[in-house]
Design a protein around this ligand. Structure first.
Ligand code: GLV
Ligand code: GLV
Length: 322
């Protein structure tokens, strides 16, 4: 029997895909840039399964093009690029890559909190500008994170991993906001569930870990940013549009919060005017899950979901529900 055809629409690391290559014919997009829309549709047209990433819009038009398409496996935890309802209507499975890799993103968020609290960026610029002449006890005084309050918005895989790191490793007190109560982190890490406003008012660092949905777009609005402490920092490793980025630039300029760490942007890959000129921000190009370990796991999960459908004839383990 002819092996089923899988098209991977972006050039992704090969680690984790070994079994997929064994059981299926696999074509991978060669360029490091995204496919054009026409290319994407032609990939969908010939494939039994496609692997997409967050830059590709997975919608009704794509499902209609895919006459043999049975599954679209998103190589990402977030799936705001996919129309899950249209997938159900078209009878195509859609999946994402949840799992332990949440801890990779949580490490990135914790790293940003530390970089901001210890003024590492300012210190790095200071040395590169050749300004370091003698040790100065008043130079770049930051703050310890130990004993401080971390507010986590959204405690799924990633938010919970950050609870463990921040409370277990750094002795931070945890406040969280989520529509669902998480008894495990309350019992194991003394995390306290509060309203979003109370979280913003009381936290020394705030980290965002909710998915992008109509209800979470601009969840962190100008009004919400103004509730934060003057000494607090905001970190976003989730999705850019959850934070009103223009408003964030305004509050940072006015020093009404102390700093921000952003791995994602409202109009990615663009950043809001003025953002990259500010000294108290750390910016990374959507790389919070860009570790060999996380990418390997993402590959394995996408591969297993596809094999569930094409080889084992069953519902994929990470099927998304509309
Ligand atoms: C990356 O942003 C992901 O959702 O996995
Ligand atoms: C600082 O370097 C110290 O030794 O206290």
């Amino acid at each position: 029997m002819k092996k089923p055809l899988v098209v991977i629409v972006r050039n992704i690391p090969k680690q984790g895909l070994e079994e997929l290559y064994k059981h299926c014919r696999v074509i991978m997009h060669k360029d490091s840039t995204p496919p054009t829309r026409a290319q994407l549709l032609s990939y969908a047209k010939k494939a039994d399964a496609i692997v997409t990433v967050l830059t590709e819009k997975v919608d009704a038009e794509l499902f209609a093009a895919g006459k043999n398409l049975k599954i679209v496996a998103n190589y990402a935890v977030g799936y705001d690029n996919m129309d899950v309802l249209a997938a159900h209507r078209a009878g195509v499975y859609v999946t994402n890559t949840p799992g332990d890799l949440g801890a990779s993103v949580a490490e990135h968020a914790m790293g940003m909190i530390l970089v901001l609290s210890k003024k590492m960026l300012q210190g790095d610029s200071f040395i590169r500008a050749n300004k370091y002449k003698a040790w100065d006890p008043n130079l770049l005084l930051g703050n310890d994170v130990r004993g401080k309050t971390l507010g986590i918005i959204g405690v799924g895989n990633i938010g919970s991993a950050l609870v463990k790191i921040a409370q277990g490793g750094f002795g931070m007190k945890i406040l969280y906001h989520d529509i669902i109560r998480n008894k495990k982190i309350e019992q194991e890490h003394q995390a306290k569930r509060v309203s979003l406003s109370d979280l913003l008012k009381a936290s020394d660092a705030v980290s965002v870990h909710v998915p992008l949905l109509p209800a979470t777009r601009h969840l962190i609005s100008a009004k919400k940013l103004n509730m934060m402490k003057k000494t607090a920092v905001l970190v976003n490793t989730a999705r850019g549009p959850i934070v009103d980025e223009k408003a964030l630039v305004r509050v940072l300029r006015a020093n009404s919060i102390a700093g921000a760490g952003l791995d994602v942007f409202e109009f990615e890959p663009k950043t809001a005017p003025g953002l990259s000129k500010l000294p108290n921000v750390v910016l990374t190009p959507h790389i919070a899950s860009a570790t060999v370990e996380a990418r390997t796991q993402m590959g394995e999960i996408a591969s297993q979901n596809i094999q569930d459908v094409l080889i084992r004839n069953k519902k994929p383990r990470n099927a998304l529900e509309a």
